[in-house]
Structure formats: structure tokens, C-alpha cells
Design a protein around this ligand. Structure first.
Ligand SMILES: *Cc1c(COP(=O)(O)O)cnc(C)c1O
Length: 424
């Protein structure tokens, strides 16, 4: 099947029903391992002379369908799934980099990613310079001899800054390093970073792709466009001590990083996705294109309504004309700007906490991208570990409230917010 368009690929890519006894739904292959035909077959699989399933830490038929589907909807040559978005990011960076390497990253990142780059990876000798991603020149200025990756979020969580991906991709190209884009908040239904120059795309599948708040998962989609033989990545051009002297770039070409992620990343770090979670996430991916339209429409409607309320000091949603990211949103997110919005109350920090405690439909929890509406006050929760300066870099002010607008009737959401205002 030659699948082209998003809605069709989200439903069909990767699943040839003749390989699954005709099952119309993708089956859950809930197994840890696979019976070999004989010892020769086993030796061939381990030696990569034949491709096939060995052990679910490396691959699994349900996971593989999800991988092919994600590659199709993002326009990559391959994808690898992980136990969570965090496992995808950590395994991806540990597979790509070595002690002594350096990353240039946007300061506007998911709190967990920021801490990984700012605290944990430096302990292993991998350092990061954080830059204001609204100025692509800052990436160029931060490049060092040992820089080996650029890392950004296409739509920052929770700053909701829309980046000029093409301008940053140009700087990554000049520096000859892969451009890694976490596309979790936008989702592949609204933005495909590969079309704008990204080499690797990251997703927390836990969010809009799974979409129902029931399963953790993560993925890396490989555009297959990066030249690993440019002299900066010897582990792709020299025999791999960890895999029988395999020379990834020579043997696997455009799929070199995808295979390295499986053969070394999953083998050594072990962050494999459970097949049952892969199944749950596939159910979500199938309806992502229709869901994300309604998330976006509800968020725009609420943002517009909030802007006109007396209690509200400011509203940030890239779909609003008042947003400083509106022009970039028109270019990069023309079909909707996803379901997150942030706002501040005139009463500041104390009012934000009171308001957050008073909503009834919006659940107070640390997640986004659920069908149900969610609320959080990042300064006291997700970004509590960050210094005030790092919070500012991430766009987190003391008064900021983040909403993940769900699929409820938007009039009921307005009523819930109006009731919470009267509690102030
Ligand atoms: C949630 C999130 C992550 C981490 O994903 P988990 O599945 O929670 O590990 C990474 N990046 C962004 C933008 C996120 O929102």
C-alpha cells in the first residue's frame, strides 16, 4: 500500500493484514521472546545476516507496526519506540554522544529534559549550552569544536514558543551536527519538523499521540538525512566494538542511526516499550488527526475568551493575533496550534494557586494531551527544581497557569473557569 496522506497513514501504515491472520485491528504480541527455527537461524538473526525477532527488548511485531506508522506520519526512514518520551531522549543522546561532547539547546524545554541536559548528562561528561531559541544566531554563537547536536522543541512546553525551525536547521547544517526536534506538543498532525530540516524527531507518545492519558511511550523518528560520515561521528564510520565490528554508516546507510538505536540503545539501556502500551498508543494515533483539530479549536476559543476577562492579566496561545509567535505559527502551524495555552491572573502567584485548586472539570495533574482537560501551576510543580533564572528561560513565571484543553464542550470549560474565578 502506497500511503501518502496523514489521515490514511495514521490508520494503515505498517500493518499488512496478511501478516497478522487478517486481523483488522493491530494485534498485541504479548511475548518476551521468539522461537528460533534452529541454531543456524538463531545465529543468523544475532549476526544480522537475517532480520527477524529475537527478544522484545529489541523489537516486537506490535511495536514494529507503531514504529513504521510513526515514520510514515513524520516522513522519516525509520522510527524506534521506547518506554517513555524521556527514555527516547536519554537513549537517543547516549547512543549519539560520548563523554566530551557538547549540545546546543533551546532554553525553552520540558522540565525533565532541561534537568537531563543541565544536571545529569554533565555528570557523564556531556555538556549543554542553553540559548534563546527565538534568535537562531545564538545557536551559531554557541557552537564549539566538540558540539555534536542541536536540541529544541518545535512548540516549547510550557513557553509555547514557536521556533523558526528552518533558520535553526540552517545553523545546524553549517555546524555539521544533527538537528533534533522534540515535536510532542505540536504532534505530527500539525507539524512535520523533517520538512523543515530536522534530522531526528522526538515524541513523548504519552501525550497527544496516545491521547487518552493511559500509557507512557516515546519515539525517535530518523529522517535519514544526516551525513554520519562527515568526520565528527567516528562511531558510525569505524567498526563497532559493541556489534561485531559492524560499520553502521557503510552497512546501513540512511538507516544507520535507527539501527544503532535498536542494536545498542535498546540493547544496552533497555528502555523498551511494552507491546500492550504500543497497542494503546496505536489506538490513539489512529484518531490523532481528528482529535488534534478539536483540541486546537477548543484552545483557540478558550484563549480568545480568556483574553477578554477582567481577572486575566495575559494569555499566551500561538493562535492568538496578540501572540508574538503568531507569524511563525502561521508558517509552521497553519492547521491549528494544539491544545496548550498559558495565562496569568492579575492576582499573581497566590491567585494562580487558588484558581488551580478551584477548577472541577480541569484536573490538577502533571500531564498534557489527554482527551480530558488538565491544569497545572508549573512554578510550584513541574519547574519547582529549576532556579528562578532557569524558570525564566523556560518561560515559567510565578503567575503562569498551564491548561491542556481537552475535548469537552468548550462552554462547559468556560463555566468551570468562571466558577473558579468567583472563588478568588
Ligand atoms: C512529557 C514530555 C516529555 C517526556 O515524555 P514522558 O513520556 O513523560 O517521559 C518530553 N518532551 C515533552 C515536550 C513533553 O511534553
Amino acid at each position: 500500500m502506497d500511503i501518502q496522506r496523514l489521515e490514511t497513514a495514521a490508520l494503515h501504515a505498517g500493518h499488512d493484514v496478511t501478516n497478522t491472520q487478517g486481523t483488522r485491528a493491530v494485534p498485541i504480541y504479548q511475548t518476551s521472546s521468539y522461537v528460533f527455527n534452529n541454531t543456524e537461524h538463531a545465529a543468523n538473526l544475532f549476526g544480522l545476516k537475517e532480520l527477524g525477532f529475537i527478544y522484545t527488548r529489541l523489537n516486537n511485531p506490535t511495536n514494529q507496526i507503531l514504529q513504521e506508522r510513526l515514520a510514515a506520519v513524520e516522513g522519516g526512514v525509520g522510527a524506534v519506540v521506547f518506554a517513555s518520551g524521556t527514555a527516547a531522549i536519554a537513549t537517543g543522546l547516549m547512543t549519539l554522544l560520548r563523554a566530551g561532547d557538547h549540545i546546543v539547546a533551546s532554553s525553552s524545554l520540558y522540565g525533565g529534559t532541561f534537568t537531563l541536559l543541565n544536571v545529569t548528562l554533565p555528570r557523564l561528561g556531556i555538556t549543554t549550552t542553553f540559548v534563546d531559541a527565538s534568535n537562531p544566531e545564538e545557536f551559531k554563537a554557541a557552537v564549539q569544536d566538540n558540539t555534536r547536536a542541536f536540541f529544541v522543541e518545535s512548540l516549547g512546553n510550557p513557553k509555547l514558543d514557536v521556533l523558526d525551525l528552518e533558520a535553526i536547521a540552517e545553523q545546524a547544517k553549517a555546524a555539521e551536527v544533527p538537528f533534533i526536534v522534540d515535536n510532542t506538543v505540536a504532534s505530527p498532525a500539525l507539524l512535520n519538523p523533517i520538512k523543515h530540516g530536522a534530522n531526528l524527531v522526538i515524541h513523548s507518545l504519552t501525550k497527544y499521540i496516545g491521547g487518552q492519558g493511559n500509557s507512557l511511550g516515546g519515539a525517535i523518528v530518523d529522517a535519514g538525512t544526516f551525513n554520519w560520515a562527515n568526520g565528527k561521528f567516528p562511531e558510525f564510520t569505524e567498526p563497532s566494538a559493541g556489534y561485531h565490528g559492524l560499520v553502521y554508516h557503510e552497512a546501513l546507510g540512511a538507516a544507520a542511526f535507527t539501527f544503532k538505536l535498536i542494536l545498542e540503545g535498546l540493547r544496552d539501556f533497555g528502555g523498551a516499550l511494552s507491546p500492550t502500551n504500543a497497542f494503546n498508543i496505536i489506538q490513539g494515533l489512529e484518531t490523532l488527526p481528528v482529535r488534534i483539530k478539536q483540541h486546537s479549536a477548543n484552545a483557540l476559543e478558550l484563549a480568545t475568551w480568556l483574553e477578554a476577562r477582567d481577572e486575566v492579566a495575559w494569555v499566551n496561545y500561538p493562535g492568538l493575533e496578540s501572540s508574538k509567535y503568531h507569524e511563525l505559527a502561521k508558517k509552521y502551524l497553519p492547521n491549528g496550534q494544539s491544545g496548550l495555552l498559558t495565562f496569568g491572573l492579575k492576582g499573581g502567584f497566590e491567585a494562580a494557586k487558588k484558581f488551580t485548586d478551584a477548577t472541577k472539570i480541569f484536573s490538577l495533574l502533571a500531564n498534557i494531551g489527554d482527551t480530558k482537560s488538565l491544569i497545572i501551576h508549573p512554578a510550584s510543580t513541574t519547574h519547582q527544581q529549576l532556579s528562578v533564572e532557569d524558570q525564566a528561560g523556560a518561560g515559567v513565571t510565578q503567575d503562569l497557569i498551564r491548561l491542556s484543553v481537552g475535548l469537552e464542550n468548550v462552554e462547559d470549560l468556560k463555566t468551570d473557569i468562571t466558577n473558579a474565578f468567583s472563588a478568588l
